[in-house]
Design a protein around this ligand. Structure first.
Ligand code: PMP
Length: 350
């Protein structure tokens, strides 16, 4: 007799960063924004009056707000429950070839999880020894390409001309540029969506807009791509975006001043923190994200990670080949980063 156990879809799930429950923690492990969202977001909560009815399945208000912010047509925007949802739908919609999808060996660790879940063949392209993506690795025949820019967890940025080069060598497959961290110093590939009908640019509210808790992500690209994703979404769950997220997300995108102010603060803190790390004997690729990925010259990363945790300072450690001597440290407030630097100095007797 066959058991239901023989037909289970077995997957090895993605492991999200720890969300500690204790008080007094300095939390630098999941790249959240240390600043609260725009006060306009809280004001907009009063407008959430319509919880009895289903939300707008087309998410029109938020889609319109994003399309006018980015000066593109609303048919070129797809909104989802965080960029994880948007990326998963993109994998499901576009990566249906027998030829492997290409992505870097050191990258966002959800890509291979989705590929396994949806049974998509994939090939990892090694970053060079400076942890950079090599465009030539993506020239060969493939079933699609995806990479974050800046890359995660390295924080290294690809210049727009290199992104263009990858696109020029991949005209027939979907190329996804995952720009979760682009607002912290990179140039977005959004300017290329009208030149390349196979380019999907994915961004999120979780980092630069301080709204990880609302779960809002979006993709921008050619309207045919967006239509294909919408068709898949409507075949799965029409009401992905809840009413509070639609209302508050629409308010957030309208507060440009607050957005500029907080992201500039984070960039400034990051630059200061990188200087401090260098003096302490860490090495790292220059980060254009809201985190730094650093290895120390003498103390193993695991040791630093565990000792920091004892002091209630949470950073991220990945026990994986090539990166198991690195810490990924999210950029917090100045005070939080100063506390971490003090902790490192005490570890290093400095
Ligand atoms: N892409 C990258 C590269 C990320 O690091 C993250 C954050 N874990 C995401 C996408 C997903 O972010 P969210 O679902 O919160 O938008």
């Amino acid at each position: 007799m066959k058991s239901w156990r023989d037909s289970v879809r077995n997957v090895v799930p993605y492991t999200p960063g720890e969300q500690p429950k204790e008080d007094g923690v300095i939390k630098l492990n999941t790249n959240e924004n240390p600043y609260p969202p725009s006060p306009k977001v809280l004001e907009a909560m009063k407008e959430i009056t319509n919880l009895r009815k289903y939300p707008d399945p087309a998410v029109s208000d938020l889609t319109e707000a994003l399309s006018s912010y980015y000066r593109i047509d609303s048919s070129e925007v797809f909104v989802g429950v965080g960029s994880d949802d948007v990326l998963a739908i993109a994998f499901l919609t576009f990566f249906n070839s027998d030829v492997p999808v290409f992505f870097p060996d050191i990258t966002y660790s959800f890509y291979d999880v989705w590929a396994d879940l949806f049974q998509i063949p994939f090939e990892r392209k090694p970053l060079n020894e400076k942890f950079e993506i090599c465009a030539q690795d993506y020239y060969g025949e493939n079933g699609g390409v995806i990479f974050p820019n800046p890359n995660a967890p390295t924080g290294a940025l690809l210049e727009l001309e290199t992104v263009r080069d990858i696109l020029d060598h991949n005209r027939e497959v979907l190329v996804i540029v995952d720009e979760a961290y682009i607002d912290f110093g990179g140039e977005s590939a959004l300017s290329l969506i009208h030149d390349y009908d196979n380019l999907l640019v994915v961004q999120t509210y979780s980092k630069s807009r301080s709204l990880a808790g609302l779960r809002i992500g979006y993709a921008m690209g050619n309207r045919e791509l967006i239509k294909a994703m919408s068709d898949v979404k409507y075949s799965f769950n029409s009401y992905t975006m809840n009413e509070p997220s639609i209302v508050m997300g629409t308010a957030a995108i309208k507060d440009e001043e607050y957005f500029q102010d907080t992201r500039n603060k984070i960039i400034k803190t990051r630059e200061w923190f990188q200087e401090e790390l260098r003096e302490l004997g860490f090495s790292f690729a220059d980060s254009k994200a809201n985190f730094v990925f650093a290895a120390h010259e003498s103390i193993p990363a695991r040791e630093l990670f565990e000792a920091a945790k004892k002091e209630k300072i949470y950073v991220r450690y990945f026990d994986k080949p090539r990166i198991n001597n690195y810490l990924r440290i999210s950029i917090g407030t100045d005070e939080e980063m100063q506390a971490l630097v003090r902790f490192f100095k005490s570890m290093m007797n400095k």
